[in-house]
Write a protein that binds this ligand. Sequence first.
Ligand code: C5P
Length: 400
Amino acid sequence: MLTSKRILLVIGGGIAAYKALDLIRRLRERGASVTPVLTRAAEEFVTPLSAGALAGAQCYRHLFDLTDEAEMGHIELSRAADLVVVAPATADLMAKMAGGHADDLASTLLMATDKRVLVAPAMNVRMWLHPANQRNIAALKGDGILFAGPNEGDMACGEYGPGRMAEPLEIVAAVEAALGEGPLKGRHVVVTSGPTHEPIDPVRYIANRSSGAQGAAIAAALRDLGARVSFVTGPASVPPPGGVGVVRVETAREMLEAVEAALPADAAVFAAAVADWRVANAAGSKMKKDGSGRAPALEFAENPDILATVARMGAGRPALVVGFAAETDDVVAHAATKRARKGCDWIVANDVSAATGIMGGAENAVTLITAEGAEEWPRLPKDEVARRLAARIARALCAG
Ligand code: C5P
């Protein structure tokens, strides 16, 4: 719910502006009040009358409207909100935001606000992919601007790809997350992610091919549902998401320590590809060839199993412990055995044989194994797998 939350909604000039009218309704249904602001281009797509009527509030348009400046200056307008939402956020509007322009009411409000800003981009796929736009997005993300979408799909211009504005209900979910109002509000979830590095000597290590993409997506999806997330990550190639508590570790033993320090938690998701073994005789200084032609013998010691340790910890155990099982054959049978052996509640099983392209790829095909049985999910982008899993976690915690 968004009871008594005040949303300043900047509507940019794109064909998706019509969806912003539905967004006003959806936000108000949840108890929010909405103050619409139209850019000049937005008025080509929707009218101030329709935006104002649906909002049940005045719709603002021009910076130099003296009556409004007397009643409510742009500074005050930008600060009276709990959250500023830009939907649709056009390439031009985002370029202005990234560049710090303030030459109309919308861009001035976005510069003057002291509140969080959530943008829902909408544009043609080529514009979305253009390096200038991608540069602006990176800058905006660096500034802490939140994003909802865009989605991939058919576009009004007849092309296909990323650039479709997120649906109004997806934007509502992002608004709730930004305001900490999702179903996981007040819940704490620990997520492990990425590979571990196990040193051989100070400059060499043993590692694996995990990118950390699935773990990062899960942490972001849990955050979006309002959870406080402790993200314990090995040296991953994908950066950690914003808005989560990041703890960076290298080895399995450091990861276990960081997880234990992060507890208590309502749920824990172990998406890290933890090395099963570490080098027991790691050298304190760089190993050198001694000219004899003999290769050094590495001895291995077993690493702690972080998932099993937490799943079997008795008092203080998170109510829901979720593990992953990356298998190359007999995926469901092996994963079900693993669930019992490790003592966790759920196992997210996936086939990582080379032919699937899943390890390091953008998609995942998983089977969720619970006490009730196995549930096969279709092949989906890792973000979507994460959203589904986060929704299931929210359902389980809220029912329990
Ligand atoms: O035994 P296996 O490595 O296949 O189990 C995978 C699951 O166990 C993953 O959820 C992984 O994060 C977790 N794990 C762990 N600590 C280890 C090994 C695996 O937490 N040492």
